[in-house]
Design a protein around this ligand. Sequence first.
Ligand SMILES: *[C@@H]1O[C@H](CO)[C@@H](O)[C@H](O)[C@H]1NC(C)=O
Ligand SMILES: *[C@@H]1O[C@H](CO)[C@@H](O)[C@H](O)[C@H]1NC(C)=O
Length: 410
Amino acid sequence: MPELPQEILMDIFALLEIPDLVRAGSVCSSWNNAYTRIRNIGQQKQAQTPCLLYTSESAGENVACLYSLAEKRAYKLTLPEPPIHRRYLIGSSDGWVITVDERSEMHLVNPITSEQIALPSVITIEQVEPIYDNTGAICKYNYSMDTKMSVTRRPLTLSLGKLRYYFHHKAHIFYDASVGSYIVVFIHNPFGQLVFARLGDEKWTRLSSSYTNFQDCIYQDGVLYAVTAFSEIIAFDLSGPVVGAKIIMDRVSDFYGRERVYIVQAPWGDMLQVWRPEAWINEEVDGHRHEATFEHKMKWMKIYKVCTVTKKKLVQMNSLDDHVLFLGRNQSLCSHAREYPQLKPNHVYLTDDVELVEYSCERGYRLNIGVLNFENKSFEEIILPRPWSNCLAPLFIVPNPRKMDLALHT
Ligand SMILES: *[C@@H]1O[C@H](CO)[C@@H](O)[C@H](O)[C@H]1NC(C)=O
Ligand SMILES: *[C@@H]1O[C@H](CO)[C@@H](O)[C@H](O)[C@H]1NC(C)=O
């Protein structure tokens, strides 16, 4: 086969979706060279179609499945220990997934490169107290639900794997260009509190104890914008030695638990809030009563533009026009549909991010996953039959083949 010059190969490879790019890299040594160079300089196609990442009983303990929405097929990826199938997936951004293992400890994993980085231990957060056995190993945790705002209660004593069931909610990783390093933001219970750590930190640092009930966040130019269940937005300036906090959007809603709230950066410059209805119903299946989500309540999903000038203004949007939204435990994404020819404009792709998912599942809760047509509000499955394990929702991820140490040193 006559060889194409490296530059031409690289130009072609820079147009590929990650699964194709990785496959192209295994064809021959010259293609592998071009692939490695693309990856090292981070020059892969920027508008990668999001994929769904999940595990299933049949795939094996250490295998994650990456379902390409562009190709409508799944790839199997073998990941390092501990077994990915037994971890919770609580966040993704920038190609990284944040997982919680059976000791309730967290790792960052890049499923494409298999890189894995341990995050600071949960016992560095004040609500978690380790309990040691006679060999000096941690055998349980005491989980305290005390905050400045609530009365003192006895802590819950939980097995290592059970803490995550109550404690962990959502986490994101952001690249901070100003200091050239990554920062991980973690929303934990009780009451959706925010802590963060820079890679290499030994412990988590609380962002603020005066604000709680956080549900989602985004990061821009050294500022973390975090939204609460009441649609307040607090801006935390992380660029200086002392974190400054200021409210940029006042409380709008007074109800807790009626909808989940997401904050999204729109490609046209606006900041958006999405309110996703969270009403459950009891339904009867096989003679048993079950809790299930109201799929048809999805039609009451609301999307707003945030007007930060007046601090109290949300402008409802009736259409996403040519845009698509991806919601779940991933960093919320809004993109122009022309970047993803296989996806539908004015549709919301969503996976479940209910809290206490195992608890809910045991009571018959069905994961709410699908595609909402925002025009006529019809709701469809993304993949049928659902290939993931019953109680663990898949996660949207934008694959990134770049190794972290390379990203950090350029
Ligand atoms: C854990 O909590 C229980 C009460 O629920 C208490 O008796 C025990 O001393 C606590 N242990 C530690 C190590 O804090
Ligand atoms: C909504 O629109 C889609 C695509 O145009 C169509 O296939 C579907 O039947 C419509 N559903 C309803 C409930 O109108």
